[in-house]
Design a protein around this ligand. Structure first.
Ligand code: NCD
Length: 308
């Protein structure tokens, strides 16, 4: 089976079969990763560049590890230490890299649409590792994989996405994916961080009271406040955000059921998530990180296998 797309620019472009194919392929790679020898030869002679124009810890290391586990040749590019800092354009930088016979580009950029622009101008396959406030497709795929692994299904699952919905590419990719897979979605947080156009276009539930969101959901995917993307204050203070919207142990203890807590990282402890929740029994945060490698192996393997 093959993916319907040449690039992975966003979950928006995938169909349900693509998502299922990626998740089932990731399951096979997860099994490979449990073996003493974790490396497979699938992408031998394929060269991949990781092009990071924005800070990253998990995503970048996860992609690099996925590439190495698949035996690809790996190049790393960090904008702050490159000729981008001397004024070179994105397209020039990439064309120069491609002339060194690079097959695939994994890219993160602070501008929404940067990988889509590149996809129109270069022949290599592109994987979006996060573009501005638009999409972060591999994060949504690893979130889905982790939910399915923990709860056995996606269809009918009640997922609350809590926090800075407006500036979060993780929120948008998750909403697209969960919708396609038949989950029920709620977004929760302060009204100033929940844009009406998104909730209306995607027809998701909106809740401004976090306790009610937790009472409703099976899974809470808690997001960081993206202060670096906010040029005006959208809530009073981080302390007050924590008091009104932070996920606290006593909120979870007051529920009549067990829910799963997720977070894409980096966590701002004591703001959106208290430490005893982040490190507690409800949290699958580190399982998400572990699953990220298998999911990215699946994406790279499937894209490399498409002949066009
Ligand atoms: C997210 C991102 O970069 O969009 N992090 C990640 O990739 N694990 C979320 C965030 O920065 O808050």
């Amino acid at each position: 089976m093959k993916l319907s797309t040449k690039h992975l620019l966003g979950i928006k472009d995938l169909n349900k079969e693509d998502i299922q194919l990626i998740l089932s392929t990731a399951q096979q790679f997860k099994e490979v990763l449990q073996r003493p020898v974790k490396k497979v030869p699938s992408l031998r002679d394929v060269t991949i560049v990781n092009l990071f124009y924005e800070n990253s810890t998990r995503t970048r290391m996860s992609f690099e590890l996925a590439e190495r586990r698949l035996s690809a040749d790996v190049l790393n590019f960090t904008a702050s230490s490159s000729s981008a800092a001397k004024g070179e354009t994105l397209l020039d930088t990439v064309n120069n890299i491609l002339s060194m016979k690079v097959d695939m580009v994994v890219m993160r950029h602070s501008a929404s649409g940067a990988p889509h622009f590149l996809a129109q101008h270069i022949p290599a396959a592109i994987v979006n590792a996060g573009d501005g406030i638009n999409e972060h497709p591999t994060q949504a795929l690893l979130d889905a994989f982790s939910m399915q692994e923990r709860l056995g299904k996606l269809e009918g699952l009640k997922v609350a996405i809590i926090g800075d919905i407006m500036h979060s590419r993780v929120a948008l990719s998750n909403m697209y994916l969960l919708k396609k897979m038949g989950a029920e979605i709620m977004v929760a947080g302060p009204p100033t961080l929940i844009p009406k156009y998104i909730t209306e276009a995607l027809d998701v539930r909106v809740e401004y009271n976090v306790q009610r969101a937790l009472e409703w959901c099976d899974v809470a995917n808690v997001l960081r406040i993206q202060l670096e993307r906010q040029n005006q204050p959208l809530f009073s203070s981080l302390r007050e955000y924590n008091l009104a919207y932070g996920i606290k142990r006593k909120l979870l203890d007051g529920l009549k059921k067990e829910i799963v807590i997720m977070h894409p990282g980096p966590i701002n402890r004591g703001v959106e998530l208290d430490s005893d929740v982040a490190d507690g029994p409800h949290s699958i945060v580190l399982n998400q990180v572990e699953n990220g490698v298998a999911v990215r192996m699946a994406v790279l393997y499937l894209l490399a296998g498409r002949e066009n």
